[in-house]
Design a protein around this ligand. Structure first.
Ligand code: SF4
Length: 403
C-alpha cells in the first residue's frame, strides 16, 4: 500500500516483537538483498529453522497423481526447473527438444510442461491435435518473449516498408518468442532459430535477403553475427520498440546488416564482464563457460560459449579435477555441480540468479495440475489458434530444413 510519502506501509517482518509484526510502520522499499524481510525472501537457505520446501506429503501426492495418469500423461522438465519438479519429468531438455519429444509421444493425451508459456505454445504447435498441453501455472511467462509483442513487431515491419527495406529483410526469431511472433516470422518468409543453430539460421537468411530482423534477443543476434559470422558491431543496430521509428533513422537502417530487437533475458543479461575477472582471480585455472544470451562483453571475456545443451555436454565431458564457472540459470548450474562432484563447478555471479518465471512452476502447482487431470478435469490448457499455429509451424519447419 503506497503512502503519501511514496514509502510502503508494510508489516515489519524483521521485528524483535513476538509476532514479528509492527503493522503500519513506514519503511522504504527493501532493495533486493538489502535488509531482511523473512516473510518475503525466497531462495535463502535457513538450515534447521524451516521445513523442507517440498513437503513429503506433497511429494507423495505428486507420486500418486503421476501414477494415476500413467501413459496418458507425459511430463516435460526444462533444464532451468528446480529438482522438485525435475524428479517427476519423463524427459528433460531445452524448449525445442521437449516440444519434439512430446510430439514423438502422440499416445500421451496430456503434455504437462514444466517450463514457461512460449514453450507450452511451441509444444501445442508441434504435437498432435489429440494432445493437450498443460502449463501448471499460467503466470509462468518469459520476460524476453514479452519484450516483443505482436503489435510492436508489426509496427517495426511497417516502418521497414515505409523506408522501402522490408523486401530485403528476413525475420529470424529465437525460439524464446511467442507463437504470434513465430507466426509473423513464418508469414514473412523467415525462420525460427535456437541458440544451437543461430549461425546456420543467419547464414540462410543472409543468402535469401540482405538484412536480418532478429527477434527478440539482441544479445544472441549480436554474438552470433559478430563472433560466428565475422560481422562488426557497426553492422548491428538496435530497434527499440519504445522509441519512434525504433530510435533509428532510415540511413542507419540502410547501413545495417543486423537489425536487433531490443530484448534480452533477465537472467543471462545480469552477468557482467567483472564477474568473469572476479572468478578468474578467485579460482586460478577456471574455465568460464557462458550462454550466448549473455551480453557481448561477457561472451568475449569467457573461454567458451554454448547453448544449454552444449553447456551440459561440455561439463559432462570435462576431466575430473577441472574447474568451471558457468554463466547460465542457477538451477541448472546447481544440478551440474551436484552431479559432477569430481569437478569444481560454480555459478559465474556471486549473487543469486534464478529465472523467477520458471520458478513459478512449483510442486504445489504441478500436483494441482496432475491431480486435476487424473480426476478428469483439464486445467491450464495452452492452445494456439489454428492460423497462428500454421504460420508458426512454417517458420519452425524452415528451421528444421536449414542447411
Ligand atoms: S531464463 Fe531468460 S529466456 Fe529463459 S525463460 Fe527465463 S527469462 Fe525467459
Amino acid at each position: 500500500m503506497s503512502s503519501p510519502s511514496g514509502q510502503l506501509t508494510i508489516a515489519q517482518a524483521n521485528s524483535d516483537g513476538a509476532d514479528g509484526s509492527r503493522a503500519g510502520r513506514q519503511l522504504p522499499l527493501l532493495v533486493l538483498g538489502a535488509g531482511s524481510d523473512k516473510r518475503s525472501e525466497r531462495g535463502v537457505s535457513c538450515p534447521g529453522e524451516l521445513p523442507p520446501a517440498s513437503d513429503p506429503s506433497l511429494v507423495r501426492r505428486a507420486e500418486r497423481a503421476r501414477a494415476a495418469l500413467g501413459d496418458r500423461a507425459f511430463v516435460l522438465g526444462h533444464h532451468y526447473q528446480r529438482d522438485e519438479e525435475i524428479q517427476f519429468a519423463d524427459v528433460t531438455g531445452d524448449s525445442f527438444k521437449l516440444a519434439r519429444d512430446a510430439a514423438a509421444r502422440p499416445g500421451a493425451e496430456y503434455v504437462v510442461f514444466c517450463g514457461v508459456h512460449f514453450m507450452a505454445e511451441s509444444a501445442d504447435i508441434l504435437t498432435a491435435p489429440s494432445q493437450q498441453v498443460i502449463l501448471p501455472d499460467l503466470a509462468a511467462g518469459c520476460s524476453m518473449a514479452d519484450m516483443a509483442t505482436y503489435s510492436q513487431v508489426e509496427e517495426c515491419w511497417e516502418n521497414l516498408e515505409d523506408v522501402a527495406l522490408a523486401d530485403t529483410v528476413i525475420p529470424v526469431t529465437y525460439m524464446n518468442s511467442s507463437a504470434d511472433i513465430k507466426a509473423f516470422t513464418g508469414r514473412h518468409g523467415g525462420t525460427v532459430c535456437t541458440s544451437s543453430n543461430a549461425r546456420r539460421a543467419l547464414t540462410w537468411a543472409l543468402n535469401k535477403g540482405t538484412k536480418v530482423l532478429f527477434l527478440p534477443d539482441q544479445h544472441l543476434g549480436r554474438n552470433t553475427a559478430v563472433l560466428e559470422l565475422g560481422m562488426s558491431l557497426d553492422d548491428c543496430v538496435v530497434w527499440d520498440p519504445h522509441k519512434p521509428s525504433g530510435g533509428l533513422d532510415p540511413q542507419q537502417l540502410r547501413r545495417a546488416t543486423m537489425i536487433l530487437w531490443r530484448g534480452h533475458c533477465s537472467v543471462h543479461g545480469r552477468f557482467v564482464g567483472d564477474n568473469v575477472a572476479e572468478v578468474r582471480r578467485r579460482i586460478p585455472g577456471v574455465t568460464v563457460l557462458v550462454h550466448p544470451e549473455c551480453v557481448h562483453d561477457v561472451v568475449t571475456a569467457a573461454d567458451e560459449v554454448g547453448s544449454t545443451e552444449k553447456i551440459i555436454s561440455t561439463i559432462e565431458r570435462a576431466p575430473a579435477g577441472s574447474a568451471w564457472a558457468v554463466g547460465t540459470e542457477l538451477n541448472l548450474v546447481q544440478r551440474l555441480a551436484s552431479r559432477h562432484q569430481d569437478k569444481t563447478i560454480v555459478f559465474l555471479d556471486k549473487t543469486v540468479c534464478y529465472c523467477s518465471t520458471m520458478n513459478r512452476i512449483d510442486l504445489p502447482h504441478l500436483v494441482w495440475a496432475m491431480e486435476s487431470l487424473a480426476a478428469g478435469q483439464v486445467v491450464n490448457r495452452v492452445i494456439v489458434d489454428p492460423q497462428t499455429a500454421a504460420e508458426a509451424r512454417a517458420a519452425l519447419d524452415q528451421m528444421l530444413a536449414l542447411p
